[in-house]
Design a binder for this molecule. Structure first.
Ligand code: NAD
Length: 262
């Protein structure tokens, strides 16, 4: 299926690795030009080179910077001639116990996982509406639907973003102008972040990383972890011409792990 996004400009945040890279890859395969960001320049440049090799006619611009800062967001926005597609992403907050978190920890989580995506939407969605095409995908987490006790910072900050999106996506001045805003909720995906978490758990429990992985796989009806490429494909569909009537939704991609009906 041709998703009808060849030649569109996408800003994909936090995309040198993992889920962000999966999204950028799928968009580039569809012929979209991309601006990708990450904090570390070396890995980002290597990812940009991989993307260019996938689709030689497509433009790939790499902007190193912290997307949770004003300067990082300004640099990312300045690099794109226009933003037709915005994929919001950043590293997730650390796990822990709320008894140990101070105000600064909460501010950092809210900044990264709620306010940064909102600021990027603020900078782009009205111009998308003027042009009559816009797609925003926020990478959040399955923990928004099924909160995890030790991820309180993530549960809290991402729920704030989810509430904001639920209202804003339904603004007539956006929805009637072919601008959609959706959240994409990953379950367990095989990325560096997940493996680092598993390594920590393995150490605590005196197990090997493979044993922790195996136990995790068994909790998913699909009996495996997701891979970032399949996550990217769902993202690309949400960004497509075909998905123009799909807005304000929370789309879970979790191999069936969430047990509820809705
Ligand atoms: P990852 O560590 O594999 O990749 C993260 C990417 O983000 C890297 O490219 C890194 O350079 C970049 N990055 C991190 N902080 C940044 C910042 N402040 N500014 C710019 N770039 C930044 O992680 P991932 O597994 O792809 O996770 C992406 C997001 O999805 C995270 O918020 C994570 O909490 C969330 N998530 C992941 C899973 C999973 O199973 N992997 C599940 C639920 C939620």
């Amino acid at each position: 299926m041709d998703l009808g996004i060849a030649g569109k400009w996408a800003l994909v945040c936090a995309a040198s690795k993992g889920l962000g890279k999966g999204c950028a890859t799928a968009l580039v395969r569809e012929g979209a030009n991309v601006v990708i960001t990450a904090r570390g320049d070396a890995v980002l440049q290597a990812t940009a080179a991989e993307l260019r090799a996938l689709a030689p006619g497509v433009q790939v611009i790499a902007v190193a910077g912290d997307i949770t800062t004003e300067a990082g967001r300004a640099a990312a926005l300045a690099a794109a001639p226009q933003v037709d597609i915005l994929v919001n992403n950043a590293g997730g907050p650390p796990p822990g116990d709320f008894r140990d978190w101070k105000r600064e920890d909460w501010i950092a989580a809210v900044d990264a996982n709620m306010l940064s995506p909102i600021e990027l939407m603020r900078a782009t969605v009205d111009q998308m509406a003027e042009r009559g095409y816009g797609r925003v995908v926020n990478i959040t987490s399955s923990a928004v639907k099924a909160p995890i006790d030790f991820l309180g910072l993530s549960n809290g900050a991402r729920s704030g973003l989810t509430g904001f999106v639920a209202g804003t996506a339904r603004q007539v001045r956006l929805a009637s102008r072919n601008v959609t805003i959706n959240n994409l909720l990953p379950g367990a995906f095989d990325t560096d972040r997940l493996r680092i978490g598993f390594a920590g758990q393995a150490k605590k429990q005196g197990l090997s990383v493979e044993q922790v992985l195996e136990a995790r796989r068994k909790t998913v009806p699909a009996q495996r972890l997701g891979n970032p490429q399949e996550f990217g494909s769902v993202c690309a569909f949400l960004c497509s011409q075909q998905a123009g009537y799909l807005t304000g939704q929370n789309v879970l991609v979790d191999g069936g792990a969430y047990p509820g009906m809705f």
